[in-house]
Write a protein that binds this ligand. Sequence first.
Ligand code: SAM
Length: 291
Amino acid sequence: MERGKKINTKELMKVYNIEPVKKLGQNFLHDYNIVEKIVLSADIDKDDCVIEIGPGLGVMTSYLAERANKVIAVEIDKKLIPVLEHLKEDYENIEIVNEDVLKLDINKEIIEKYCSDKNVKVVANLPYYITTPIIMKFLEENVMNLESMTFLVQKEVAERICAKPGGKEYGMLTVAVNYFAYPKSLFKVSPSVFIPKPNVDSSVIRFDVRKERPFHLKDQDFFFKVLKASFAQRRKTLANSLSNAPYLNVTREDVCKALEEMGKGISIRGEVLSGEEFGTLSNILFDIHTK
Ligand code: SAM
């Protein structure tokens, strides 16, 4: 693999007088083997437009720019922009967007502006305090031409996303992510590759976005509400948790009837249902809810 312009993380922090900001989840990578491994896992080629979330000091950005057609680097911290601007002297294919990624309309402000005719891949060492909102934003917003996302996340988040029904890690995030994508946990990453070291282990996870949804939903928002209520109080039966959620507008009898229709016992809990079974349950309850 061609190497990107090597950036010495510690040196850059000194030269630009950068102190990592904890509340922005700033844990910078300083191990180039890990950077290379992440970029290789993302499987990027010259037809790809890469969106990098939180480029930080640009350690991964240059490696991405070596391989991709274009890299759009979205960084919230304006203190880091001069460091990133420097990279553009060596790589003309980098665009820097100084914004909060959660506030962007990705299709309008990124894809249509920079890369509407390219395959889109998202790559990031994610700020851990907003991991789930970022993942769900990119999946729910129907980002045009989005093929895959490769993220460094907390190990525990990767385990939740890849969990199987029945276990304690299985939950709303598992079902929601699997509805949009095929997630795969790739490898673990130790705290020692970051400055400063986080208190948790990390994992690299890749999501290949589904071309078609795995099952039909009458109403996607209602499905997410059913998931939310099902996992809000995990120890409760579905009949209790769903009928207690005012936003669903269904009774205990309605839920029991729906479960019976599905061939399920009325005392089951949410953690045993597969994604598709949640889809069926949500479709039956949606008809009752809208009556
Ligand atoms: N990619 C760099 C690396 O690997 O060294 C930095 C990763 S650091 C874990 C997370 C980065 O995300 C930081 O640069 C932080 O400023 C940025 N960030 C935090 N919140 C953000 C947001 N809402 N939108 C865009 N960037 C954000």
